[in-house]
Design a protein around this ligand. Structure first.
Ligand SMILES: Cc1ncc(C[n+]2csc(CCOP(=O)(O)OP(=O)(O)O)c2C)c(N)n1
Length: 345
């Protein structure tokens, strides 16, 4: 069954939505989005300075990610993110230093000790499972993780994130179908940013909405404005409730846009016009949320200034910390590939 976010939130007005989420959570969302954007911009700068080889980041998709993360229980629910999920990771509890250590491929990087490509997140304390580079491989993994949770009698849900390009893979079909047949407690969260690298949505699928694909599996499908973190929070919260109640998986499509090239190795000018990017920036989720906060009497220029200063300090600290941190010792190259026997006593 396909619903739109408008229907999903029924006739609730913005005020009711703000009330539902609470001022504290709304302010926390804004802080994370601003911090994520600032970290993201710094990552591109250090890449262009030649200090790190590669970045792949979240600019434009912050609202979708923070809205989803806030609906989850960090460290309890199982999360299978994809490479564009920096804001999601920040909102779950990965620190700015940890994110920068990852980009600098340092030994202290908690994701892989500097071995994996950047943005291949993995963090046991947050139950974030490591993923592979082929897109969509985390989708059947998520079905398996949700089945494991059920067999263990846990009440956790599994949250799995990916782009719309990933929904054109065989792994998407196998993972979603398996989860649907077993009615597993899993949320499939698609961030539809309209492009799979250079390929626009219309050239990768014949449906207009990724959420429409849910019908083929007999599960709930919801399309939501990915630039609105409150709407995303509500839709993901409903999916979490459904999963916990034993009502099975949900496929959520958060419609969004990527403001920067696919990666630092991409030149997006060859496949999309500047006009299109500029147009989409008019719905930049950060000023959109700031306007709502101001309207609700929760924000003003002084608070904005204080936040910008705090964020600049955090980004400077994370960058300096990661830059001076030592690289991995080549002698440990095979660590994390195999289980290591406990030392003999
Ligand atoms: C199976 C597979 N095919 C191709 C690639 C190359 N590739 C890496 S990212 C990407 C785009 C994926 O697009 P989407 O899922 O929409 O996510 P987005 O990067 O747009 O957020 C592609 C084609 C890959 N990694 N794996």
């Amino acid at each position: 069954m396909l619903r739109t976010a408008k229907e999903a939130t029924a006739s609730k007005s913005v005020d009711v939505a703000l009330e539902a989420i609470g001022a504290e959570r709304l302010l926390a969302m804004y802080r994370i989005m601003v911090l994520s954007r600032a970290l993201d911009e710094r990552m591109w700068i250090v890449q262009r300075q030649g200090k790190v080889p590669f970045v792949i980041t979240a600019q434009g998709q912050e609202a979708a990610q923070v809205g989803a993360a806030m609906a989850l229980r960090p460290g309890h629910d199982v999360v299978l993110p994809y490479y564009r999920d920096m804001t999601l990771m920040l909102a779950l509890g990965m620190t700015p230093r940890e994110l920068m250590l990852n980009v600098f491929s340092r030994a202290e990087d908690p994701n892989s000790g500097g071995r994996q490509m950047p943005a291949h997140f993995s963090l046991p304390r947050l139950r974030v499972l490591t993923g592979s580079s082929p897109v969509g491989t985390q989708i059947p993994h998520a079905a398996g993780a949700a089945l494991a949770s059920r067999l263990r009698g846990e009440d956790s849900v599994t949250f799995c994130s990916f782009g719309e390009g990933a929904t054109s893979t065989g792994d998407f079909h196998e993972g979603v179908n398996f989860a649907a047949v077993l009615q597993l407690p899993v949320i499939f969260f698609c961030q539809n940013n309209r492009y799979a690298i250079s390929v626009p949505q219309r050239r990768q699928m014949a449906v207009e909405s990724v959420a429409a694909r849910a019908a083929a599996y007999g599960i709930e499908g919801v399309s939501v404005d990915g630039q609105d973190p409150v709407a995303v929070y509500q839709v993901v919260s409903q999916a979490v409730e459904r999963a916990r109640a034993g009502a099975g998986p949900t496929l959520i499509e958060a419609v969004t846009y990527r403001y920067v090239p696919h990666t630092s190795d991409d030149d997006d000018r060859v496949y999309r016009s500047r006009d299109e990017v500029d147009q989409s920036r008019r719905r930049d989720p950060i000023p959109l949320l700031r306007d709502r906060l101001v309207e609700a009497g929760l924000w003003d220029d002084a608070r904005e200034q204080a936040l910008r200063e705090e964020v600049a300090r955090i980004v400077d600290d994370a960058t300096a910390y990661a830059e001076q941190a030592p690289p991995p010792d080549p002698a440990t190259v095979a660590r994390h590939l195999f289980a290591e026997p406990a030392a003999e006593s």
